[in-house]
Design a binder for this molecule. Sequence first.
Ligand code: GUN
Length: 275
Amino acid sequence: MISCKEYAEIKKAELKEKIAGLGFTPKLVVIQVGNNPASNSYIAGKKKDCEEVGIKMWHIKLPEDISQDELGAEVAIICCDRSVDGVIVQLPLPSHIDPKKIQKHIWINKDVDGFRSDSPFDPCTPLGIINYLKYNNYDFEGKNVLVIGRSDIVGKPLARMLTDLDCTVTLAHSKSCLTDALKYKDIAFTCIDKLEYFDAFGEFDNNTDIIDIGLGRNADGKLVGNLNAYTVELANNSMSRFGGFIISGPGGVGLLTRVALLENVYKAALMRKGE
Ligand code: GUN
């Protein structure tokens, strides 16, 4: 297995070349409402990635008190711009705005987040992880898989994509009995953004590969993976422990998600070109 960091660098170099051959500069618009510090930092990361591979990123910051209708109208207008390949509305949105209603204004051929159920794009976190595992020749066929978490943007699409790869998938969630669900799994994906959920966590089998996706803040306020206490103790952040391997934390899965977004923007640009 190559590391997530090495993989991200290889993929970005490949994308840079492919984008240079497009004949035009792909454009991504990121719409932010308000000034959430975590969103500011995610968007800064997206901008850096885009610059690296030759995508133009346009960051639109709208006031916190914008109404749902006004935001919907903004999104619709931006989608009409023919030079725009991808449109993202950064989450979280203020509580008076329903993200699902706003996402309906994003044209499906520009929904590079893959959040709409009819989007031709897969959501970036599941896509990034699966592409990374495929790159490392991970054999999915017939594997017994546990996905913990049923969000619309990670757990559910991940379970669907793994099923399509011929895995046998158990989709567990906050109401599941994990003692049963953990048994006899080849690979486990943890996708619940609540560290406390995993406090009383059962033991994984030594040979279970673990992809730790969900994040939370530990007692020191540091952003860490769901299983941080467990995985750091066992793996000390390395990629292997006994038979199984672990990918964890913001520097692992986060990088894969970022690469997948760039790949989706490139795919949208190819669609615009008619390829
Ligand atoms: N907020 C945190 N991650 C994401 C993401 O991948 N897409 C959007 N739209 N908002 C986010």
